[in-house]
Design a protein around this ligand. Structure first.
Ligand code: TPP
Ligand code: MG
Length: 337
């Protein structure tokens, strides 16, 4: 019977505040794994910050900033097995970096270069989806199909708070529950859909409440806590793999950057709130946690940042060195001969 456990009604956390809220630890994560998550977050953060610069320099097109979303992206991805599939939205455009995708491939997507459309089978990552929520039934159908074929792979779809208002989200979630598809529905609740706040998006007390209507378990986690997202997604994937069907994970954060480079949030957002949220951003929180554990040193932090910056430098050079695409590609595969 689906239910939201009372203890989960609040946000699940692993990382404390170094004060009254104690730190927890996650089973199976030793120093090596903890530092791996850290390097992943630094890579994504650096990718995001450099992309904003490249946009301003006219080297990539309009870009969807994911600053502050690194914890949920890394936590969820690292909870998957290497052969599980990811269905990203534009907010998770660089998720492939966590599976060895070259930086220039992702940058090429934002440059509108065909090299940016990778073969999904290579990384087990579907193409970036811009139409809101349309990839939810793709992930569900894919996962169900894998089960019908007797294969063990599961799928995870990332989508936003706004996506939960789309009809196609409903169809996907309902179908997932009815067919017990091995899928995780990971909702990035950053509390904004461009200029629409969560309060204008839903009358639900929390987005996780929607899971009850579909008859699937739901868990609500602090989306700025990489370990809480990792733990919750690991449990969801274990359920999926055991044939117990889908789980809805609501990862709560706050969008501290514009929706995208084409957006001016000063027209609708409270700058004091943004400032407050930025002080509590996910990478800093994780860094402080690792330092409290005695796992992170200045040397490791500097080395991670330098490696990420170097990957970005090489990536933009490689992307800009690609030959101009053939203009005929625009219509090739679009019309029958
Ligand atoms: C089907 C569809 N309708 C409208 C849009 C325009 N649009 C682009 S982003 C966006 C907001 C989505 O918000 P949310 O689902 O919360 O994701 P976030 O951008 O916050 O990650 C909208 C409405 C779209 N891309 N696709
Ligand atoms: Mg949103």
């Amino acid at each position: 019977m689906a239910q939201v456990a009372p203890a989960e009604r609040d946000m699940r956390r692993v990382i404390g505040d170094g004060d009254a809220l104690p730190d927890r630890e996650v089973d199976g994560l030793g120093d090596h794994e903890l530092l791996g998550l850290y390097r992943d977050m630094v890579l994504l953060r650096t990718y995001d910050e450099r992309s904003l610069v490249y946009h301003r320099q006219g080297r990539i097109g309009t870009y969807a900033i994911f600053w502050g979303h690194e914890a949920m992206q890394v936590g969820a991805t690292r909870a998957l097995a290497a052969d599980d599939w990811i269905f990203p939205s534009y907010r998770e455009s660089a998720i492939g970096l966590l599976r060895g995708m070259p930086v220039e491939t992702v940058l090429s997507w934002w440059r509108g270069h065909p090299v940016g459309w990778w073969d999904p089978r290579e990384y087990r990552i579907a193409s970036i989806t811009v139409p809101i929520a349309t990839h939810v039934p793709h992930a569900v159908g894919f996962a169900w199909g894998k089960r019908l074929q007797g294969e063990g792979e599961c799928a995870l779809a990332f989508f936003g708070d706004g996506a939960t208002s789309e009809g196609v989200f409903h169809e996907g979630a309902n179908f997932a529950a009815v067919m017990r598809a091995p899928v995780v529905l990971l909702c990035n609740n950053n509390q904004w859909a461009i200029s629409t706040p969560l309060s204008a998006q839903t009358r639900a007390g929390a987005l996780v409440d929607k899971s009850q209507g579909y008859g699937m378990p739901g868990v609500r986690v602090d989306g700025g806590d990489v370990l809480a997202v990792y733990e919750a997604t690991s449990e969801a994937i274990a359920r999926a793999r055991a044939g117990e069907g889908p789980t809805f994970v609501e990862a709560v954060t706050y969008r501290c950057a514009p929706h995208a480079t084409a957006d001016d949030p000063s027209a609708y957002i409270d700058p004091a709130r943004v400032e407050l949220e930025r002080e509590n951003e996910c990478l800093g929180r994780y860094e402080r946690y690792l330092r409290r554990l005695g796992v992170l040193t200045d040397e490791i932090a500097e080395e991670a940042r330098a490696a990420a910056l170097e990957a970005m430098r090489a990536g933009i050079i490689a992307a800009e060195a690609l030959p101009e695409p053939d203009p005929e590609l625009v219509t090739r595969n679009a019309y029958a001969e």
